[in-house]
Ligand binder design. Structure first.
Ligand code: IMP
Length: 424
């Protein structure tokens, strides 16, 4: 059976966690393939809000197996906190959470190094979540990393020590004021590693292969968004993994010809957190309204997100790179009350109108060209049928479907599982 993918098409925070949760009942296995605790996947149901960082978003369903794939980077300390929360909520994860032996570990010094590197960059900083993501992926590609499977081997603590010593020298090199007590951080780290060891480790590519052979349905869950992809995002203001469809192949060991549907998740407008170009960003009342009504604050860092109109140039690019087969539009309810809705359909690039994403989308090169549409006044949050959607919203959806040539099959009208409208 083919593996379906679910990916964010913008700069992250599209609402992937909610949709994975909504779709989980259709799948046997939910598998995270990249990123780490820089992600914050928010799920709302039965009056409770849950935020997951590393654990796949199918964990609240009784029957789904949740796999943390080889492409993910795991901070045992944050992972332990996530498990503690599940314990508090009496969610039994022991038989349904499995971890790839090939996933890399985030060490305490990776986090410190992230902070030192960002501080040293000054105004040019990426706006990292400071979870140690960049330094951990650097050690992975530099062939120095420590993997989950390593902690089952004798002598791994010597390798840990050598790497941590090297990191401390690198922190010193940055010559910035980072205060830390590594002994204390290590007590917490090694304790958390012990808890991690009590979970089931698997050779995940073999696990996935056998599951496909046995006709199990699998949903690969992406983190962050396509515009934060290390290769195709707005480099250098990106994360350090492949957030796009190709990342699911390398992050789980799925052959490209085994990919089925690709679900692309996007917000009805655009947000971005951290630094980097954002052509449709708003600095006016409209942007402020989107942020306030949409509660646009990071689930991981609490930082206010930058807001702007939907950018179809960027969205088309993301659909192309990922081979999106179905689109899912989130937070349509946040646009209720706007007299007009703007959509960026092309860029003015150095005096020329272009409809593809160029190498450089910094403000000095690019300005958005908008199409304006009529807004709607109706509150959507209690609607549950496509037939209830206001005519102006349907016109907006039709316009997007035509421009992108991909059907929009879900419209989300609020954070709760129930606030999900399926379109045929
Ligand atoms: P890092 O991955 O923490 O190093 O952050 C690199 C960039 O990606 C920063 O601009 C972050 O704000 C952004 N970023 C990382 N993870 C997420 C996410 O889950 N949602 C939104 N932005 C993210």
């Amino acid at each position: 059976m083919a593996v379906d993918l679910l990916l964010g098409l913008q700069w992250g925070d599209e609402g992937k966690g909610k949709i994975v949760d909504v779709l989980t009942s259709k799948y046997n296995i939910i598998a995270r393939f990249q990123g780490g605790p820089n992600a914050g996947h928010t799920l709302v149901f039965n009056g409770m809000t849950h935020v997951l960082h590393t654990i796949p978003s199918g964990i609240f369903h009784d029957d789904a197996i949740n796999l943390v794939g080889n492409g993910v980077v795991i901070d045992p300390v944050i992972f332990k906190r996530e498990l503690d929360k599940l314990d508090e909520q009496k969610v039994d994860y022991t038989s349904k959470l499995i971890i790839s032996r090939k996933a890399h570990l985030i060490l305490p010094t990776h986090r410190l190094l992230d902070a030192a590197s960002e501080t040293a960059k000054g105004k040019a900083k990426i706006g990292s979540t400071l979870k140690g993501i960049g330094p951990t992926y650097m050690d992975k590609t530099g062939r120095n990393g420590i993997r989950v499977g390593d902690v089952e081997l004798k002598g791994w603590k010597n390798r840990y020590r050598n790497l941590a010593n090297k990191h401390e020298a690198m922190i010193d090199f940055h010559n910035v004021d980072i205060q830390y007590d590594l002994d204390e951080l290590e007590i917490e780290f090694f304790e958390a590693v012990e808890l991690l060891k009590s979970l089931q480790f698997v050779d995940s590519e073999e696990y996935i292969f056998q599951a496909m052979k046995n006709n199990k349905s699998i949903l690969a869950e992406g983190a962050q968004g396509s515009l934060l992809d290390i290769d195709f995002g707005t480099y250098p203001f990106v994360t350090s993994s492949n957030t796009t469809a190709a990342g699911a192949c390398t992050g789980l060991g799925i052959a490209p010809n085994k990919i089925g549907d690709v679900f692309g998740i996007f917000k009805a407008y655009t947000t971005r957190v951290g630094s980097g170009p954002f052509p449709t960003e708003l600095f006016d009342k409209d942007g402020e309204t989107m942020g306030r009504v949409g509660h646009e604050f990071g689930a991981t860092t609490g930082r206010a997100r930058r807001c702007g109109w939907l950018d179809l140039v960027a969205l088309r690019y993301a659909c192309q790179i990922n081979g999106v087969t179905q689109l899912m539009m989130m937070k349509a309810d946040v646009l209720s009350g706007f007299k007009t809705i703007k959509v960026c359909t092309a860029y003015n690039y150095k005096g020329e109108s272009i409809s593809h994403l160029p190498f450089n989308i910094e403000k000095q090169n690019v300005s958005p060209i908008y199409t304006e549409m009529k807004g709607w006044a109706e509150d959507l949050t209690s609607m549950d049928q496509a037939s209830q959607l206001p005519q102006e919203l349907n016109a907006y959806i039709d316009f997007l479907e035509k421009e992108l040539d991909i059907p929009i099959t879900i419209v989300s009208v609020g954070p709760d599982r129930k606030q999900t409208i399926f379109r045929s």
